[in-house]
Structures are given as C-alpha cells and as structure tokens.
Design a protein around this ligand. Sequence first.
Ligand SMILES: Cc1ncc(COP(=O)(O)O)c(C=O)c1O
Length: 389
Amino acid sequence: MVDFISQADRYLFPNYARYPVSFVKGEGVYLYDTEGKKYIDMLAGIAVNTLGHSHPDIVDAICKQASQLIHTSNLFYIQPQIEVAKLLVENSCLDKAFFCNSGAEANETAIKLVRKYFYDRGKPEKYEIITFTGGFHGRTIGSLTATAQPKYHEGFKPLLQGIRYAEFNNPDSLKDAISENTAAIMFEFIQGEGGVNPINQEFLQEIKNIAQENGLLIVVDEVQTGIGRTGKLFAYQHYDICPDIITLAKGLGGGVPVGAVLAKREIADSFQPGTHGSTFGGNYLATAAARVVLEHVLSDGFLEDVTQKGKYLEEKLKELGLETRGKGLMLGSPLPEDIKAGDIAKKALENGLVVGTAGGNTLRFVPPLIITRDQIDEALEVLAKVVQF
Ligand SMILES: Cc1ncc(COP(=O)(O)O)c(C=O)c1O
C-alpha cells in the first residue's frame, strides 16, 4: 500500500482534517479506495459531482476538448463558455454571465460588482453588504468576511471593510443593520455549511421589501444550492423572487473547477474591460464539462426526478428517526447532542458510506443527482447500522 498519509504529512499543508482514505476510481455513485473497497457516495465531493463520478458524457466531452484545446485565456472568444452562458441566462431571470474558478471567487466577484455598480451611479458611499449568521461564502479574505461565523475569522483579522452582519431569519436584526451605506443583501436560500438551514418565507419577503424600499441589490449565493441540487436549476426558482446577482460553482462543472456569476444587464455592464478578470475563468476544459452538466440537468424530467428522489430520501431518513431540513437532494439531519455527526460520518465511512457533516451537529446528504431510489436504500441501510437511537 502506498504510504500516502505520511507522504501527505511530509509534503502538504496541514490545513485539512482528512479521513484516512484515498479513492482511486469512481463510477456513478460509487467510489473505490486504494484497497479496492467500494463506497456509496452521499457527499458527491461536497455537492459537486452532479452527474456522479466519471460520467461517460463528461469524460467524453473533456477528453475530446483536451485533445483539441484546453486553454487560451479570455483575451479571445471561447465558444463553450458562450454556450454555457447562454444556457444559464436562458434558464434564469438574469442576463449575463462571468466565469471564474470557485465559489469563493464567484463571491469576491459579486462583492466587487456591487461596489462598482453603485460607484458608477455616483454613489460610492453605498458599498456595504449585509450577510447573515450561519452563512458560508468562502475562504478568500472578502468571502471569508462575508461568512458571518467567527470561528472562521480567528487569526485572519483585519477582515475586509464594508460587510455587516445580521441574524439569519430575523427581520428586526436585518432592519437594524441597514444604513445609508448599505448596497446589498447577500444570502443562501439554504445555508449549506451552516447546517442545512433554509430561509423562511416571511424573512425572504422582508428582504425583498427592504431591498426595494432602500434601493439595495439582492445577491444570492447559489454555490451549493444551484445547478439542480434543490430540484430546480436555481434555488431562487422555488420562491417569488428574481435576484440581481447569483453566484455559482460546485455542481456547475460536475467536478471540473468552474464558478460563475450571473447578473442583470445593467449590473453586469459595470464590469467594462479592465475592471475584473480571471486567467482561467471559463476556459475550454471547464466549460466543456459545464455544458454537459447543464444539458443533463435541463433534460426532460431530470429536475422533477431530483425532487421526487429528495422526497424519498427525506421519508427514509425520517423512518430512521432522523429529523430533516432542506430541499431536493440537499438535506440535513441535525443529531441529538450526545451523538456527534463527525463520529457518525467516520463510522459510516468505515462501513462503505460517504456522508457529509455541517454546522450544528448535522449530517449532510448531497449525493450525485443521478442517484437512484435503490441506491438511496443501499446508502440508508449502511446509515441504519451506524445511527442507533
Ligand atoms: C454557499 C457556499 N458559498 C461559497 C462556497 C465556497 O466555495 P469554494 O470552496 O469553491 O471556494 C461554498 C463552499 O462550501 C459554499 O457552500
């Protein structure tokens, strides 16, 4: 056996608490480790492998693309990038797309875009963005500041200026946070890392009202909820709202790193040449993969199937005595205090099930969207063995 653990200790930064497992092969919802052990994957690379592992259409698309052209830079037109932008725009209420490489980068882009939009309108004093407790927006300094969770800030101060926090799902707290400097409100419809906490309808209505009364932009972080995860292409489509800016990453490339920002035309137009950019953003390889992901997710019946399978998973979790939160195939089960989600995830892994955890001692289920009901049963049989109440 390759001694990958001591090699990793020797050569890698110690910033991840890894499980003692390394996968060498994946197929659909299954993963295989260095010892040939098979696992069923309910984590999907943390809500990334939309079509499962090594989906033949993605493999085919990236192999073909790689043999033709991988990267040229955004100094030139990139046809698959334009096609992915078209798919995103034509299936949303927004008008234009920008491509980057990750969720954090998409959120950095959104923060810059909000500032530039107001600057261009002669209101540079409107730069403040309100974000919410329990949210997660990334690890770069801007997206980290937007992440209103002190545990992630420790040791990294001073943070970015111009981000203010309010309590999630608390309208009074949001009202208190508004000032003449407020430019935007930024949130997740379902806080993923924070514990799979959905926004409540009344709070969303309050956000809309406050944004309208104060001329604020609404920025939604759909890095985790986007690309079919909740049973709609975008989570905003469950609600009566059209955001001004949407950020995407994770599921968009099905495992190939790609992020995106969608915006209304008049907002996107603030990014004139020279204002923002990314060397790799939306290159041939990344957007060849994203195009395949979107074609599948937008194919007839795919999203309805995600919704139905989500309901099925929810029922099955309830049968195990677990509480559930979330939508579609983004579900969380908060555990009683005496059972640690981390311990359950570890035991599950030992038994051949990959499952995630999230804040608030929550188990997180974000499987590949192509999972079948039988595979859900298979995964929950393992879970039943390791979760005992
Ligand atoms: C909602 C949300 N936004 C942003 C991010 C950051 O994305 P990335 O790790 O690709 O930078 C994440 C990652 O978990 C996320 O869940």
